[in-house]
Write a protein that binds this ligand. Structure first.
Ligand code: LMR
Length: 394
């Protein structure tokens, strides 16, 4: 059966993580995979998560199945966290998913079964798994311009020009905040303009929000998508708890669909249940139970919010310090965009040869497209990274 099977290409981000692990050099620096690290380089479990886990261990009496939708109280809490009351509950359908990727798979599969061969527009560049999942479920993909490498900002004009061709029946994938890989994000006016385009042209936005709280704040990071949800007849949302609850391997996320009518929402829910049943039957419980416990308890929630604020603050400090160090090294302000970006990532305009030289000559690992994970930095090593950037001619 497998005699003619060729190996499939490795995901570039996960491949780099494996390469980093295999590198014996002691002073290597991992700015690759999107995992938050503290100053000691550790991805710690937040205290609020630990406390919620202890509570669950003590109080949980059964592990019997919850049902195809998973933990519905978790999904309701996630809808509240992401959407607030921006969208009418009766037009919403949701399902607990294994991580943000699980949510993307569910939503794209739903679209592929509702509209076989439909087109999904992806930002250029985007997270590689977006295209992989879209192609994997049989959607067609098209790209829209997003990033201006000369300014480090969103190129909204070119984006809007490309998206002129997006029509009713197409989906447009939008990063809710903290764009991966660029770090450049929409202004409120750009969210409003994009919303108007969706309304006028009839395309369906699919918002991937995987870093809520890592940009400007939990509420601030959703203001654009809430504006859109309050107006769009249809919208899909994939929310991840991997980063903001640091639940990475627990695979915790939620798929939300805003349908045109309450009846359409019920049909969507039935189809989401079927997709769950035929893929993994039921979503894993633990991470969702932890998130539900935290969000429902004012003290735990306050603790989690302060832990997220600390992570966000650390990333902003690192951004400012790296931009300043690069300013001194390069005698120019061309890296100032690093301080303006939000979230874990910034895209630097590096050639493949420069990315290779950073890795091979300096032990600094960034993704091949030039994405670096700012949260992998450490204050004591900022100058080293800036020196490496300068040495490879960035
Ligand atoms: C990333 O973009 O590095 C993270 O989302 C991890 C992943 O799964 O790719």
């Amino acid at each position: 059966m497998f005699a003619n099977l060729q190996p499939s290409p490795a995901d570039p981000i996960l491949q780099l993580a494996a390469d980093f692990r295999a590198d014996p050099r002691e002073r290597k620096i991992d700015l690759g995979v999107g995992v938050y690290r503290n100053d000691a380089g550790l991805t710690v479990i937040p205290k609020a998560v630990k406390r919620a886990e202890a509570r669950l261990l003590e109080t949980q009496e059964t592990k019997t199945y919850l049902g195809l939708l998973g933990d519905v109280a978790f999904s309701a809490a996630m809808i509240d966290l992401v959407l607030g009351d921006a969208a009418p509950v009766e037009r919403l359908a949701s399902i607990q998913t294994p991580g943000g990727s699980g949510a993307l798979w569910m939503l794209m599969s739903l679209a592929a079964s509702a509209a076989p061969g439909a087109t999904i527009w992806l930002s250029s560049p985007t997270w590689p798994n977006h295209r992989a999942i879209a192609e994997g479920v049989g959607l067609k993909t098209r790209d829209y311009a997003y990033f201006d490498t000369s300014t480090g900002a969103v190129d909204f004009e070119r984006m809007a020009a490309d998206l002129k061709a997006a029509k009713s029946g197409d989906m447009v994938l939008i990063h809710g905040c903290c764009h991966n890989p660029t770090g450049a994000n929409f202004s409120a006016a750009e969210w409003a303009a994009l919303t108007e385009m969706a309304l006028a042209q009839g395309f369906t936005p699919l918002v991937d929000i995987a870093y809520q709280g890592f940009g400007d704040g939990l509420a601030e990071d959703t203001s654009g998508l809430r504006h859109m949800a309050a107006r769009a007849p249809e919208m899909l949302i994939a929310a991840s708890c991997s980063k903001n609850f640091a639940l990475y391997r627990e695979r915790t996320g939620c798929a939300v669909v805003l349908a045109e009518t309450p009846a359409a929402a019920r049909a969507v829910e039935a189809n989401l249940k079927t997709l769950m049943r035929i893929s993994i039957s039921m979503p894993p419980d633990h991470g969702a139970a932890v998130v539900r416990t935290i969000l429902a308890d004012p003290a735990l929630r306050a603790e989690w919010e302060s832990e997220i604020a600390a992570m966000r603050g650390r990333m902003l400090t690192l951004r400012a310090a790296l931009a300043e160090s690069l300013r001194a090294r390069t005698n120019s302000d061309r890296f100032d965009f690093i301080a303006r970006h939000r979230g874990m990532f910034s895209l630097v305009d590096a050639t493949p040869a420069q990315v290779k030289a950073l890795r091979e000559d300096h032990g600094v690992y960034i993704i091949g497209d030039g994405r670096m994970n700012v949260a992998g930095l450490n204050e004591s090593r900022i100058d080293e990274v800036a020196d490496a950037f300068a040495a490879v001619g960035l």
